[in-house]
Ligand binder design. Structure first.
Ligand SMILES: Nc1ncnc2c1ncn2[C@@H]1O[C@H](COP(=O)(O)OP(=O)(O)OP(=O)(O)O)[C@@H](O)[C@H]1O
Ligand SMILES: [Mg+2]
Length: 335
């Protein structure tokens, strides 16, 4: 359904060129979930916004994106209406950025339906209420006439998910759909998205910094670091046999179900690299427990073919010596 090939995104800034996305390629099939996982600044949102044609003018994009055989960047350049937001839709990282503070939420959902699907005002409002029910909003008849600030963080998230689902997209991109909510609400929202995906046969790109969120929900996982994919695999394979030291470090940095309540987590030491003038080397090497001198000799390529387990590392972990204690269920995963 979705094919991304060698996507590159650069931003011209006063400080220099920011290499935000560097040669990202992946496929997503109808009805499947791809989780894109990585720390802050790794290029997850920029990748998503590129798919949705939402980057600012300062962005320079190259590479190929096709959706059911259509060239998405060409559709964007031609100003095609009723594609973005209809065939593919996005739930933004911060719900407040996609909500108008001075408009009732029902009106805002209805607007999408009127613009893209030509519904009348009353039809659109009643559909908006149904959508709020679909995403598990209590008292939807009351909620439609409330303003965003009158809703809790969790309810606002439900509203923006309802807006994104309004036109029955074939692909939903959910960018950290649960940042503003507590752990229990997070789990409800993620499980709800997963059920909606299954019911509607919709494909889902789930963007998160928490590898645990992908556990039990994603079919495939793409781990992103400094604008590159560093490990890509079927979720089952990834959780059983992760090979990139960064993926392993990400897993160590999240809580697991069997952890004692106050066990300290291991945040990944050091900081992600600058994206201006990146070194011609493995960008994780300075933070990596397994780095050797040759890691600085060039950027490691992703091994293997698209669709296989691929990792960009000269000295991968795992195999015989895998650290099994880290392979328990992450707390944010599906039970
Ligand atoms: N408009 C822009 N101009 C310049 N740099 C940008 C712009 N938008 C994003 N970037 C840079 O691109 C990089 C990737 O940003 P992105 O928002 O994709 O990160 P992310 O993985 O979504 O992080 P987070 O988990 O914090 O949301 C960052 O270094 C960011 O500063
Ligand atoms: Mg982001």
């Amino acid at each position: 359904m979705l094919s991304v090939r060698d996507l590159q995104v650069r931003f011209a800034t006063e400080r220099g060129t920011v290499n935000a996305v560097n040669g990202v390629s992946f496929d997503l099939h109808e009805g499947k979930t791809l989780a894109i996982v990585g720390e802050s600044g790794s290029g997850k949102s920029v990748t998503a916004k590129t798919l949705m044609n939402l980057l600012p003018r300062s962005a320079h994009v190259s590479g190929e994106v096709t959706f059911n055989g259509q060239d998405v960047r060409a559709l964007a350049a031609a100003g095609t209406k009723h594609f973005f937001g209809v065939q593919m839709a996005m739930v933004f990282q911060d719900p407040m950025t996609s909500l108008n503070p001075v408009k009732k939420v029902g009106e805002q959902i209805a607007e999408t339906l009127r613009y893209h699907l030509g519904r009348s005002r009353s039809e659109a409002l009643s559909e908006a209420q149904n959508l709020l029910t679909t995403v598990g909003t209590p008292e939807p008849e009351r909620r439609i006439s409330q303003y965003p600030h009158e809703l809790s963080g969790g309810l606002r998230q439900r509203v923006v998910i309802a807006m994104a689902l309004a036109c029955q997209p074939r692909l939903l991109i959910a960018d950290e759909p649960t940042t503003a909510v507590d752990v229990t609400v997070q789990k409800h929202l993620l499980d709800m998205l997963d059920e909606l995906r299954r019911e509607r046969g919709m494909a889902l790109i789930l963007i998160t910094h928490d590898l645990g969120v992908a556990h039990g929900r994603a079919d495939d996982v793409a781990v992103m670091y400094a604008g590159r994919l560093v490990e890509v695999a079927a979720a089952e394979t990834l959780f059983e046999d992760m090979r990139h030291p960064y993926t392993e470090a990400l897993l160590r940095s999240i809580p697991r179900i069997n952890d004692p309540a106050h066990q300290r987590l291991d945040p990944i030491p050091g900081n992600p690299p600058e994206l201006i003038d990146p070194p011609d080397a493995c960008s994780f090497a300075p933070r990596c427990d397994y780095a050797h001198a040759d890691c600085l000799d060039g950027v490691p390529e992703l091994s293997g073919q698209l669709g296989q387990h691929r990792f960009a590392c000269l000295h991968p972990t795992g195999g015989e010596d895998s650290i099994s204690s880290n392979r328990d269920t992450p707390r944010s995963g599906r039970d």
